[in-house]
Design a protein around this ligand. Structure first.
Ligand code: TRP
Length: 337
């Protein structure tokens, strides 16, 4: 394995908006866990970004704590990756101010996510929302990231980060910042988890999530309510989307034998969806229950959580301060008198 300091750098931020679901786990978190041994990873909780929607202090803190506990429970290891809370690293905010001087109103206003949020919430079009991509760029380039694992919805923000990095490099005639590339874990690592409502993927905003921290009883209820149809009428019939989704979920959490059994039942028109759902629910629970227990245990261990946050912040600040001082020198903010 490459020595840590020669590894490529990965940065990713997670908004503290509460509970992780199976879609987050198989779509992203599991890949983060793999990446931590191959890259120098900085994973942080983007609490400053979440202020654009004005959470109460209580909700903000409990969200941060919950996300931290969940990531740790999923196997993100503070010995391997640097895990920290964004607001613990004030250097990020300082770089953000400096980057703002070269971020133009026009390009910020044209950002899709800004336009969308402004349309959804016309009463709260604040400057933080407008400059969201600048803060995100600062998060990324302050650690000189090479790769940023983010989903489709964040690609434009990442492009802006590249734009701001390039602009800075040009302006000061230095290649200070590497250009952060999207890291896609497509291929076999990246599984799109479907929802239980017949179509589409599992998502928080879709309201169809099964959460890692969810109780068994509640998971059973959700699975039993999943959309199905009246059953196949011909042998080896193609599966409609809701049924395909159930099989996809089963493929993720159940044994190959279980999947094969229900495939056969479907293909011979003998399937009983009730039985399939019961099995699926139990297999989901076998998967989530150990994680749920870890989440609850870690969440209650405040001393551990605060130690992880403190040590992560120390490591992140070291890296951030190094870059910031290079930036200030280039800009001319280092006093020579
Ligand atoms: N904007 C990201 C999201 O909503 C969160 C985020 C903030 C982020 N800063 C980042 C992601 C830096 C990657 C890198 O999901």
């Amino acid at each position: 394995m490459t020595e840590k300091k020669h590894r490529k750098i990965v940065v990713s931020g997670i908004r503290p908006t509460g509970n992780l679901h199976l879609g987050n786990y198989f779509g992203a978190v599991r890949s983060f866990v793999k990446m931590q041994s191959e890259y120098q990873c900085y994973f942080f909780i983007a609490d400053l970004h979440s202020l654009t929607t004005h959470p109460t202090p209580e909700n903000l803190q409990s969200g941060v704590k919950q996300v931290l506990a969940e990531y740790l429970a999923c196997g993100i290891d503070p010995e391997q990756a640097t895990i920290f809370i964004q607001s613990d690293v004030p250097e990020v905010v300082e770089l953000y101010t400096l980057l703002n001087m070269n971020a133009y109103l026009g390009e910020l206003e044209r950002t899709t996510s800004f336009k969308e949020k402004a349309r959804q919430n016309p009463d709260n079009v604040n400057a933080g929302l407008l400059t969201y991509p600048v803060l995100m760029a600062s998060d990324i380039i302050i650690h000189k990231a090479n790769f940023v694992p983010v989903g489709k919805d964040q690609q434009q923000n990442l492009e802006m980060a590249r734009k701001f990095a390039t602009r800075f490099n040009h302006m000061y005639g230095h290649r200070l910042f590497p250009l952060p590339k999207p890291f896609s874990f497509d291929g076999k690592d990246m599984i799109k988890v479907p929802g239980l409502d017949g179509s589409g993927k599992m998502g928080k905003s879709e309201g169809n999530g099964i959460f890692l921290v969810e109780e068994a009883g509640s998971i059973r209820k959700k699975v039993m309510r999943a959309v199905t149809d009246s059953g196949p009428t011909m042998m080896n019939q193609q599966k409609p989307e809701p049924i395909r989704n159930l099989f996809t979920l089963m493929g993720i959490v159940s044994s190959p034998e279980t999947v094969a059994f229900f495939e056969d039942q479907y293909n011979s028109c003998q399937i009983r969806y009730g039985d399939m759902k019961k099995q699926l629910a139990e297999d989901i629970i076998s998967f989530t229950e150990p994680i749920r227990e870890k989440i609850l245990a870690i969440r209650n261990d405040e001393a551990y959580l605060s130690r992880v946050a403190r040590e992560g912040a120390d490591k992140a600040r070291e890296s951030a301060a190094r870059t910031l001082s290079e930036v200030k020198k280039l800009i001319g903010l280092n006093r020579l008198w």
